[in-house]
Design a protein around this ligand. Sequence first.
Ligand SMILES: Cc1cc2nc3c(=O)[nH]c(=O)nc-3n(C[C@H](O)[C@H](O)[C@H](O)COP(=O)(O)O)c2cc1C
Ligand SMILES: [Mn+2]
Length: 464
Amino acid sequence: MGRTASQAAQIADLGDIIDWLERHGRLVRVRSEVDPLHQLAGIAARFEGGPRAVLFERVKGSRWPVFTGLYWSRELLAALLQRPASSLPQHVSDCIRTWQQQPLAPVVVGKGRVAEVTEREVDLSLLPVPTHAELDGGPYFDAGVVITKDPQTGIRNSSIQRFQVLGKDRLAVNIDAGRHLELCLAKAAARGEPLAFTLNVGVGPGLHFAAATPAEAAPFGTDELGIAGVFDGRPLELVAGTVSDVEMAADAMFALECELLPGQTHPEGPFAEVTGYYATVAPRPLVRVRRIHHRRRPVFQTIVSGAEVFNSVGLLGEANVLALLQKQVPGVRDVYFSHGGCGFYHAVVQIAQTRAGWAKQALMAAFAAFPPLKMVTVVDDDVDIRNPADVEWAMATRLDPRRGILVVDNVFGHGLNPGFPDYLGSKVGFDATRPCPHTANTTRARIKPAPLDGVQLEMREIER
Ligand SMILES: Cc1cc2nc3c(=O)[nH]c(=O)nc-3n(C[C@H](O)[C@H](O)[C@H](O)COP(=O)(O)O)c2cc1C
Ligand SMILES: [Mn+2]
């Protein structure tokens, strides 16, 4: 990907990333002790979406700091990755495509920083796991990467799931329908065996994005950890597990060796989700934690539901939809998953339409490319897809409500969306493009930009 080894190192390891953020003025250090119960999230929310991430140096009840906010601003992430924010979806999409063509498999190494310390006893209360929202059922791990293996083939799978802390060595996990972790668990259950996995907390964006790459881009039976290798510019390093054959990420801050117990569940929730609603309480799979490993000076990572999830999930969704649309629909320029759409329910697609009807093709292809989408809006290439007012302008002036709205009933969607009880609901597409070929009355008026250099100005202070 044309980056130097030192740049690669800088983005592969969360410790290096925090140093980089610090050196570039992009880190807020919270020096006072904070309560992981509600206060930590409350302070984090003050900085949400801003140009800096946050490090909580002292967290009540734990020896270790907590980090948050790496993904809550595209501008922050773009600065870290040293590329323009608008190029991020294309970049992630390119990494995934490179991996699909030439998988860069992870390597198992003898030693990893994550295994510097192994706790003698498993006690999750030692970790600074925060409770975010007012009605959350307890502390949650929500930024850890799950690595497991298909019990039949031994092929690895990775994903991110939320885990509620239930006790010293017990967690409950939320596995959405259709996840590969669900498939692995079903296979283990059929054999009457527990499913071993590791929960890797405190990782860089390469591993984070690899784990979050949707199934449409990384089908079951492919080891998506390879995507981290492409992203980081070197194969991801793993170290062997100590109680099972499932590896841990060598450079994670913490790695928990765990097992899912087939058939055993425990009530899990509520949890403030990315949707802006609480996930409901229901019996969900029970987890036993068997070992806790960590670096000598680890930093715990947490993600407060909101802009940080919109951006990280959204970026992956955009990358995937963009790749598919560019293959199938001529003229597609760009895709944005809006924050009002929770980062994965509303895609805005930009197209330079060359033939009437292609905008509708783009609508259908976007829905097919990413099942959680509930809304797709297609606009012309003179509309700024990241500006909600501009998109609304296209809808207000170019959408023909009789011919430009596509409603699909009874279709699979995202279970967390209240419109999709039991994963079933309706979707809507808006073709907000002008007629093709376009007519003079739909040419956007434009003020010619005039630079202010050399223009003498006089302005008085505003009187208050
Ligand atoms: C911050 C974050 C939290 C997530 N939480 C969950 C979750 O609790 N349950 C779930 O099934 N998927 C969750 N996801 C989505 C999955 O990790 C993602 O769809 C992944 O691709 C699934 O892996 P798979 O394709 O191997 O099944 C989360 C993603 C992110 C980025
Ligand atoms: Mn997978």
